[in-house]
Ligand binder design. Sequence first.
Ligand code: C2E
Ligand code: MG
Ligand code: MG
Length: 711
Amino acid sequence: MNNNKGVRGQPIVLVVDDDMAERLLIVETLLENNLAVEEAEDGMEALEVFQRISPDLVLMDVKMPRMDGFTACAEMRKLPSGIDTAIVLVTGLDDIASILHAFDAGATDFMTKPVNWPLLNHRVRYLLRAGEIFRNLRQSEQRLSVAQKIARLGNWDWDFEKDTVYCSRQMWTLCGLDPVEGRFSHEIFLQYVHPDEKEAVRTTIKKALEEKKPYRLEYRIQLADGAARIIHEQAEVEYDGNGAPVGMHGTVQDISERKQSEEKIRFLAYYDCLTGLPNRQLFTNYVGQALLTARRANSKVALLYLGIDRFKRINDTLGHCAGDELLIKIAARLSDSIRSSDIFGKLVLSKEPNISLSRLTGDEFTILLTGLFEGEHTLCVVQRILEALQTSFCIGGQEINVSGSMGISIFPGDADDVDMLLKNGDVAMSHAKQSGGNTFKFFAHEMHDRAVERLKLEIDLQKALERDEFVLFYQPQVDLHSGKIAGLEALIRWRHPELGLIAPLKFISIAEESGLILPIGAWVLNEACRQACIWQQTGMASIRMAVNISSYQFRQDGLVSMVKQALLNSGLLPSMLELEVTEGSIMQDIDKTIYTLSQLKEIGVTLSVDDFGTGYSSMNYLKRFLLDTLKIDRSFVMDITMDPNDAAIVTAIIALAGSLGLKTIAEGVETQEQLQFMRLHLCDEIQGFFISKPLPADEVERFLVPNLILC
Ligand code: C2E
Ligand code: MG
Ligand code: MG
């Protein structure tokens, strides 16, 4: 807009003419009419004045020296302030060629010479008013454009009679399209709509015309590079005085970002970020829906609840990043394995069940089978999944073997609602885990009672330590060469206030799962060391004390300092303490095992491998571990006199121990025959009911008489 007004705020007119007389006449006439006037005597000077004062109107002669009026007009139009200014060129009478030339040069209007003096002022006022209106219009267009840009809004209109559409510049911009100048047909307009949504747009417009109602619609605009923008359109029909539709007006808003955020929020709410699988929330919705359908259709729903065996151990050993990577790979493997046609390819089915996979938490996945299916179909899926997990995974260059335990709960029968179906699947899965893993269990109602019992034990276990409910029993270990007692194994018992004495096998696994094994283990170690020291100080046989270390404890960083502390607290000689670690715990994360064992060895304690033969030991590793003793598992000792296989295994273990320079202790020796076998095959020590059951401290003291020959 022109802000450069005359001294009293009047519009400024620039008069350009090389004929001084003519110029003065014009100037005088204009001044009489209260206009501010500036003068120039040729095109060149006019340009300079124009730039300086930005006049509202230019009255310019055509023929002038240095620069003529056409050139000056064209130059003024190129200036930013020259776009809107009214420029009137004064040409010779009836000079059609000049009039056309003036138009081409961008003149607003022309006047012919000689000037019609009485009309000049009216003409000028008229042009000034038109210029003002023009400027106002442009200004409001600019405002609208800025407002639309801020609101990411564009607009269009459609003239039905001519079938032409106009789109605002902002509309092109926000749709990410190159602007098409002028108007174009509605069919061309529709070309920009995503192919999948063209029909919806057409139908909506048709309906709006039929029902005479405005419409709102979201659809995608197809960009040249194949990407799409999502827009929200609002439009209404325009009618003439007779109520006939004549056109349509619409606004569009780019809502792509909002849609993306909504999508992201939806994803976060319903999907698991790590694996991209549906999460518990979405899964629960699926199950709810599936149960409704199954009720109506009288069909079944099977929920397969999968837990990865010993995942916590893998996670603790490899670290959380590797644990996450493993979960991602497991999820992908599971997705692959449940593609239904692959599974049911061999079965002739009228209709395949639907299968959907989700991740509930940590290492727990669920698979839902819906539709008509038989037990046989469920088993196909279960077997397929358990098999799929058995191929090893490569995580950070390391081969990891996993297995899964699966619980199956079925509607109707096992549960009536979503919660129950999930809970019973979980209970059945825990049973599969407890029975050694890599297997599946169908839910049975008794399982539920056992799960409740287990939960109760876990709650009581939390308080057992502070209530001092644990006691240690001791079982003698006898040296077969001398027949004298060589050591005692400390075995924990829980004196439950209501349930009486509880054996460790009933609560150790619960303690491990809840992490309580750490304070409990520390208590055992301290108590065993304390008791051993008392016996030594009271002059009883100076014997070794063996303490069991669970695999969970073995992997804790604090183990070594805990052992040191227990020795320090009690004053027991380190060589009098033996730690029993299980085969399973030392055969994982070999480097860490070597490190931990060497640190324990440095303290001076002895190390034995408990339940040897039940796990998988690599002879290579055994050689590298700093061990002292192998404890032959009771399961081999039990039938040794009847089962030649067991006899062969025990003989082999003793030979192996001999070649590695290790001592052997046979566990669970109950009979004279078993003892004889061990003696014959040069086993070093025995432990078992044949000598004594584990006994409370005061009762075991009768074995601690020095030089007492026991066998
Ligand atoms: P384990 O370390 O292999 O202990 C030997 C188990 O075999 C003991 O069972 C013992 O009572 C039993 N046993 C010994 N001789 C015979 C026999 O001649 N015949 C039969 N049938 N059984 C015999 P217990 O005390 O029930 O302990 C079971 C397991 O619980 C232990 O197996 C050990 O793994 C674990 N445990 C016991 N106390 C502790 C503890 O303080 N800490 C940890 N982490 N685990 C413990
Ligand atoms: Mg033991
Ligand atoms: Mg054992």
